[in-house]
Design a binder for this molecule. Structure first.
Ligand code: N0T
Length: 534
């Protein structure tokens, strides 16, 4: 199929999600795109001068996308008077550096709090009521229950989206939008203000119980248990349906946050229909709702958010915990493509391995370490890993959702224990076993924890293997299929036109005399390998 024939009819469409096999991909200007990204620190995008020295460095690190906050207080300093200077500067500077943008809408809530709202919102607690504690004391968090707050947030986001459409609808520098940032109630499980109290006494909305009923077999385990505990009721008060404890309060909180976010998203999309997602502040095990941001799009509340916010395309986890693998597996679902907007800080040893796992194993739309502009990439590790991903991106995108790809990293537990058990993947007619120690000298080094890899099938017997610190052995996928050997293994690079430029032919000690493919720890590279049977 010619790329031109595919891209022409889609030119007029804004970036949007399309299905390919079991994956959903972000299409930009008629072509799928992998977001090799990073997120700016919270305050950096407020100053073009502050950002000026950083853009080139980010592109040189092989990012193709930057996640950048847009603050309500800067956008609408006076009610109804919009100032798009920041937005225009970001778009101009991203374009000049050949980068795409995901805007983060810091509206009503940013990390639970309502500190990015304009002064005229902060100071008007009658029109924009605060959430309250049990004793009535207000917190610096806007109540999700107030239609006036929703209306003002909607107006601002719609103005932002209409402006992006106007200045960027053709060029599509801005490819997605994050709705708010890490929504969730603190330091208690729910709002006790007057509007919330009335809703808490009321009935659970039908849409929620209808959703639970329709999805009863596929609910997340925590929700299945909570709902079943009261007999899976299809009507009643929050206490009747969910038991009245703190878990019920959190479901209540999640529902009203989801409804607010959904109405906000709809207003934004009505102005300009970009893919929109909410990001997740994950909870530490053993903590109670309110000790962590209660009611956010957490793993145990995915059903509530899917029911309450059908306009939101993705629930996207911010992952700073070591058990990355377990977390991303909860967010990759048929109804939820994986996107990781924040992932450790950019100099964390496992950050590149996490990117390879999310993208290779779970068809992630993209990945973005936090505070990317502050990285001191002296080791060059993230840049080198992103270089490999950038080269492989066309092949990754061609393989997504079609059982032609797998991703690897040593699995870590929440307590940071690293498990170096080899991982197995069947891709096409071959079974691959990926180990993380050099099997000729099987000692773990300080670099072993940084390992990561991806295998992408590009022909019946041909594969691209990218990564660092991986040793790959291979066998026919089916027992009785004889044995498998290396026909040829080359290291090399894809040039900027996507042409393969071979380097060394790898054989002898570099493949342990044909026994395995190895990418040594401490470097990131691609090998193009053809296998055969004997
Ligand atoms: C993030 C960032 C920024 C193992 C914190 C991450 C960003 C917000 N929150 O620097 O404020 O805007 O979304 C939560 C970090 C959890 C820490 C877990 C440590």
């Amino acid at each position: 199929m010619s790329a031109l024939a595919l891209s022409l009819p889609a030119m007029a469409e804004p970036p949007h999600l399309v299905q390919q096999g079991t994956a959903r991909q972000l299409q930009v200007q008629g072509k799928p795109m992998l977001l090799i990204a990073g997120e700016l620190g919270n305050s950096s995008s407020s100053s073009a001068a502050y950002m000026a020295p950083h853009w080139k460095k980010l592109r040189d690190m092989h990012l193709n996308t930057v996640l950048a906050p847009v603050q309500w207080e800067l956008l609408e300093p006076v009610e109804g008077k919009f100032d798009f200077t920041q937005v225009d500067n970001l778009i101009r500077d991203a374009r000049a550096n050949n980068l795409k943008l995901v805007f983060l809408w810091f509206g009503a809530w940013k990390n639970s709090m309502s500190t990015y709202v304009p002064s005229w919102v902060k100071r008007d607690q009658a029109r924009f009521p605060r959430a309250a504690l049990v004793n009535g004391q207000e917190v610096e968090i806007l109540s999700a229950m107030a239609p006036t707050t929703l209306a003002s947030d909607q107006k601002a986001l719609a103005a932002l989206m209409a402006h992006i459409k106007q200045v960027d609808g053709k060029q599509n520098t801005v490819v997605m939008l994050q709705v708010e940032n890490e929504i969730g109630m603190l330091p208690v499980a729910r709002d006790y203000g007057p509007l919330a109290q009335a809703a808490w006494q009321g009935q659970v909305p039908r849409e929620l119980t209808a959703y639970l009923t329709a999805h009863r077999d596929s609910l997340v385990p925590e929700m299945k248990r909570l709902w079943a505990a009261q007999g899976a009721r299809t009507s009643g008060t929050w206490a009747e349906v969910f038991g009245g404890g703190i878990a019920a309060e959190e479901v209540f909180t999640a529902w009203y946050y989801a409804r607010f976010a959904d109405e906000l998203t709809k207003a934004g999309k009505a102005a300009y229909d970009l893919p929109m997602y909410v990001n997740v502040a994950l909870n530490r095990p053993g903590r109670l709702p309110g000790e962590y941001p209660s009611g956010g799009p957490l793993p145990h509340l995915i059903d509530v958010w899917k029911a309450g916010a059908p306009s939101i395309d993705m629930l996207s986890p911010d992952i700073y915990f070591p058990n990355f693998v377990d977390i991303v597996n909860r967010y990759k679902r048929a109804d939820n493509p994986l996107f990781v907007p924040e992932a450790n800080n950019a100099d964390h040893p496992q950050v590149a391995g996490n990117a390879f796992y999310a993208i290779g194993q779970l068809d992630a739309i993209g990945f973005g370490p936090f505070s990317i502009e502050s990285i001191d990439d002296k080791s060059g590790a993230l840049g080198a890993a992103y270089d490999v991903l950038e080269q492989l991106a066309p092949h990754i995108l061609a393989a997504q959702g079609l059982n032609k790809m797998a991703g690897f990293r040593p699995k870590a537990l929440y307590d940071e224990t690293l498990l170096y058990e080899p991982q197995v993947a069947v891709i096409g007619d071959y079974r691959f076993t990926v180990a993380y120690a050099d099997i000729q000298r099987p000692a773990l080094s300080s670099k072993t924890a940084e390992a990561g890899g991806i295998i992408v099938q590009i022909g019946p017997e041909e594969y691209l293997i990218g990564g660092s610190g991986v040793t790959v052995t291979f066998a026919p996928a089916k027992d009785g299929g004889g044995q498998a050997g290396i026909d040829s293994a080359w290291e090399g690079r894809f040039d900027s036109a996507g042409q393969w430029r071979a380097g060394r032919l790898l054989n002898g000690d570099q493949t342990h005399q044909g026994r395995h493919i190895q990418i040594p720890a401490g470097q990131w590279q691609i090998q193009r390998v053809k296998f055969y049977r004997y």
